[in-house]
Design a protein around this ligand. Structure first.
Ligand SMILES: Cc1cc2nc3c(=O)[nH]c(=O)nc-3n(C[C@H](O)[C@H](O)[C@H](O)COP(=O)(O)O)c2cc1C
Length: 197
């Protein structure tokens, strides 16, 4: 059995023409190279969650969830740690990301969340800070290190390559080290005793 942590990297934007998959794939590859993680790249665009929560799908109600709800739920349940990659939309994070977060509960609990943000001058930090308010309600913990890319559209070289990733590489190592520490600590804590109700 692998002693790697299962890491779900969530692409938080679903907009046509989005940039989100680029930083998400970059951090997913960095996490795979890091050595501590088995990575699952979760693209919310492919998950087909119902637009409106139905009684059957809602976590707290009886009945079988629909296939898309169950499939994403299993992927989140399997994860020992999360990285949420979010842009900033009107000083917060995108609605489809909130919808996906709200659809689940125990799947997030007692697990760490690392935040990667991007946007204009603030690098998506206002979106990241909003997520820091949301995850404790699901009993997930956001880690201190963040990675952010401000005004990313100004940082492509003549070959169309984004220069920001080279600069971010050392920070990515610290970010992943912290995420792994929390992930392992909480795996052990969950094994020892369930999170009290
Ligand atoms: C609806 C919308 C609102 C936005 N609001 C902000 C904002 O408040 N602050 C900011 O820095 N960038 C803002 N932006 C710029 C986005 O951060 C930028 O377009 C980014 O690429 C969006 O992520 P995506 O391409 O993955 O969808 C906004 C973009 C959109 C589409």
């Amino acid at each position: 059995m692998s002693d790697k942590l299962n890491l779900a990297v969530i692409i938080g934007s679903t907009r046509e023409g989005r940039w989100g998959p680029v930083p998400a794939k970059w951090i997913a590859e960095a996490a795979a190279r890091h050595g501590g993680f088995e990575v699952d790249l979760v693209d919310l665009l492919d998950t087909d969650l119902p637009q409106h929560m139905t009684e059957l799908d809602l976590w707290s109600r009886p009945g079988e969830p629909s296939v898309p709800v169950a499939t994403l739920g299993e992927r989140l349940h399997r994860a020992d740690a999360f990285i949420v990659v979010t842009p900033e939309y009107n000083h917060s994070y995108p609605a489809p990301l909130k919808h996906a977060i709200d659809y689940y509960m125990s799947e997030w609990a007692a697990k760490p969340v690392g935040l990667v943000s991007y946007g204009g001058g603030a690098g998506g930090q206002r979106a990241a800070e909003h997520l820091r308010q949301v995850f404790p309600e699901l009993r997930a913990t956001t880690i201190r290190h963040t990675l952010m890319f401000s005004m990313y559209w100004e940082k492509f070289d003549e070959n169309g390559r984004f220069a920001g990733f080279d600069e971010a590489e050392p920070h990515a190592k610290s970010f992943l080290d912290e995420l792994e520490w929390w992930g392992r600590a909480l795996v052990n804590a969950r094994r020892e005793a369930p999170l009290p109700a």
